[in-house]
Ligand binder design. Sequence first.
Ligand SMILES: Cc1cc2nc3c(=O)[nH]c(=O)nc-3n(C[C@H](O)[C@H](O)[C@H](O)COP(=O)(O)OP(=O)(O)OC[C@H]3O[C@@H](n4cnc5c(N)ncnc54)[C@H](O)[C@@H]3O)c2cc1C
Length: 320
Amino acid sequence: MKDIAIIGTGFSAATIGYFLKNDLDFYEKSRGVGGRCSTRRVDNVGLFDHGLQYIKSENNEFKKFLGDHTVWQGNFKIFQNDQLKDDLNKERIINENGNNLLVKNLFKDKKVFVNKELKSLEKKNDFFLLNFKDNTQENYKTVIITAPYQQAYNLTKKFTDNYFLKLNYNMQPNLTLMVAFNKSLNLNLSAISFENDDVLGFAANENTKKKSLINKDLELWTIQSSLKYAIKNIYEYRNNKPSLIDEMLRSFSVKLKIDIKKDNIHYSDIHGWLYAYSINLDTAKCYWDKDLRLGICGDWFSGGNAESAFINAKHLVNLI
Ligand SMILES: Cc1cc2nc3c(=O)[nH]c(=O)nc-3n(C[C@H](O)[C@H](O)[C@H](O)COP(=O)(O)OP(=O)(O)OC[C@H]3O[C@@H](n4cnc5c(N)ncnc54)[C@H](O)[C@@H]3O)c2cc1C
């Protein structure tokens, strides 16, 4: 019988792989590793970091764990009360060839099975039976789930109902627009955080992050929606992409006082994240049932960012 199965391949799973030296098998439902630390590669256009934008951390152990990274230098602003103000936060960790590499590099020597979605979990005498969506099965002594809260809960509720029901955890959506312009917008900005805006949350000029792998004739922006806009549109976004793209770009151009002509748009698309951010205020870092040998961790237990995924997963490793 196999020893430990880890479900997911984001920062949390990478942390477990880094600290736990046992024989580990990683199962990922998507076609590649990284989870929400995700980069879209568009042929002849370039790369969009349409998940995690950058990491802010003072934690040296975490930075060592990240390995190859750089600090995004540039002109950062906050849009507040109809005005652009300087954003003094300068410590923005990225990978200049796409943020997905921040996680992908951590899985180089790991045993990863992609396109393997765990559908259900059964406890047999002293092992778990894992049923995958492709109708295959595996047995493991220990299972660790690192999926976003709602997915982790659905997979484990027959074991964890009592624990999670009293905690009232949740995660919030995000809509992310990726757009490539034929001509520069001439904004001379690297990123803008929009405060209390109905439509926009954050915008990054990808050309100011990526040192290579970008079509130098184009200017690429990744524009994240506000929470309010995502809640309103997440369930129908696939059917409404043209109007959502129009609305987000209109809002962007009005706020930044620029004109965006239709023929300047070379490429555009929207990605919807149903479970993007965590808003949990609880102090628990993870779930571990030592008798059952079931563990759950993720950024969403507390913190809701890449560093908290690391801290929470490390905590689980210490318990195991
Ligand atoms: C749009 C956006 C912007 C963000 N910006 C930032 C930022 O600027 N800075 C920051 O620090 N954080 C940011 N975050 C949050 C950050 O991405 C997360 O905190 C971090 O990536 C969480 O890692 P994780 O491993 O806990 O979860 P995830 O990355 O979600 O990993 C979970 C993995 O489990 C897999 N999975 C789920 N269910 C199954 C199943 N049944 N079977 C198999 N596999 C499964 C998923 O496919 C996924 O790969 C952002 C997130 C989003 C969505």
